[in-house]
Design a protein around this ligand. Structure first.
Ligand code: GLY
Length: 388
């Protein structure tokens, strides 16, 4: 297993200072971002407010709840409750919810609020979101379709990111006593894991199936550099997704897969341990970073160590601390005049000659990068009950 000799780890004092700054930054943002939400990405370092109508809005509410856990400041709780009402309205009126990102939207917002404050509106909204998510299940292919209309053959595919949407379904089964959510989640996990991991343990971003038979067809990228490369965030979703897959299914095979997929991610990091937007690139390449992938992978490692033997626990905890040290030293926002976000140098959508992405949110903060950086800090600072 790779180890990063002589790299410093983030200290307890730095974790505390980082969380204190995040708490202040988020409280400072409340006047602009309580009735409205942060956009998915910043522009020149600053987020604009948007309505609650994009797949990323839950991350901002999640940051509010994490800041509430850190500070217990009532202003944060009040803002979180306002946003839960917005999420309830969104699912009741079906505003931009016909896609698979119900977990990204409703776990860090409504499940979190329910867990932390007992919010009944949060519970109701999250169960409705789980009902919405399972409408996208294809029983022949045994997966949840990511985007687009359910009867268009070109949309018959899953994406690796969806592994993070499934904890919502496990939670809904526990809350309602109805096994249907968990059964669908489990089918999707097995289909996804069986197909998105390549022989060398890099991962496909998206995977297509035969509509008639459900047989695996082919992998492709959407947001990565090219088909066959490893989009950094896809690999990071794989790291965290496999940790959650093991947590929920208990399938022993997933421990080994977690190790391999994580090793691929770690062995493709540049010297400062924060990846370029695609793992094809490394030191010396004139390409943007995706700091959010570093935080997502750290959260996955910190989740997985709950289930591993002591020497593995030490290994992954040390690496998590080393990556967080680099993020804290060289990527984290330290001054509100520089940005109203938390972590710089993320990439949302980067165009390449081989993908169909438009260029936006490149070398900026993004809302999940901020959220997972904070989740990682919280995980390092205390026993934490996950929202996922
Ligand atoms: N789930 C979409 C992304 O990671 O950009």
């Amino acid at each position: 297993m790779i180890s990063f000799e002589n790299y410093p780890e983030i200290s307890r004092e730095e974790i505390r200072a980082a969380l204190d700054f995040c708490g202040e930054q988020i409280i400072g943002n409340l006047p602009e971002f309580t009735e409205r939400f942060q956009n998915a990405y910043s522009e020149d370092g600053f987020y604009r407010p948007i309505e609650n109508n994009y797949w990323t809005c839950g991350f901002w509410t999640g940051e509010i709840w994490l800041a509430y856990e850190h500070t217990r400041d009532k202003r944060l709780r009040d803002a979180g409750e306002t946003q839960i009402r917005s999420f309830l309205n969104r699912i009741e009126n079906k505003i931009e919810v016909d896609h698979h990102d119900m977990g990204f939207l409703y776990s860090p917002s409504c499940v979190a609020g329910y867990k932390l404050t007992g919010s009944q509106e949060g519970r109701q909204a999250a169960i409705m979101a789980a009902d919405q998510l399972i409408t996208r299940y294809h029983p022949v292919g045994e997966f949840i379709q990511a985007w687009g209309s359910m009867d268009a053959p070109e949309n018959y595919r899953l994406i690796i990111d969806c592994l993070l949407n499934l904890p919502l379904l496990y939670w809904a089964s526990e809350e309602t006593g109805n096994a249907k959510y968990r059964e669908i989640a489990e089918k999707h996990i097995h289909t996804a894991v069986a197909n998105v991991i390549r022989e060398d343990y890099s991962t496909w971003h998206t995977f297509f199936f035969n509509r008639e038979t459900g047989a695996p067809d082919h992998g492709a990228t959407c947001q990565g550099y090219r088909d066959g490369s490893a989009w950094a965030r896809g690999q990071a979703w794989g790291v965290y997704g496999l940790a959650l897959a093991y947590k929920y299914t208990g399938w022993k095979e997933y421990i080994d897969l977690f190790r391999h997929v994580t090793e691929y991610f770690l062995t493709h990091l540049p010297k400062d341990l924060v990846p370029y937007w695609d793992l094809e690139f490394t030191d010396g390449d004139d390409q943007p970073r995706d700091s959010s992938s570093a935080s997502i992978a750290v959260c996955g490692m910190l989740e997985m160590i709950k289930y591993l033997e002591p020497e593995d626990v030490d290994h992954y905890r040390r690496i998590a601390g080393q990556i967080m040290k680099s993020l804290y030293d060289s990527y984290a926002v330290k001054d509100r005049r520089e940005s109203n976000g938390l972590v710089l140098h993320s990439t949302y959508s980067n165009h390449s000659p081989y993908n169909t992405c438009n260029h936006y949110g490149v070398d900026e903060c993004n809302s999940w990068g901020d959220y997972f950086y904070m989740e990682a800090l919280i995980r390092m600072s205390r026993e934490w009950e996950p929202y996922w």
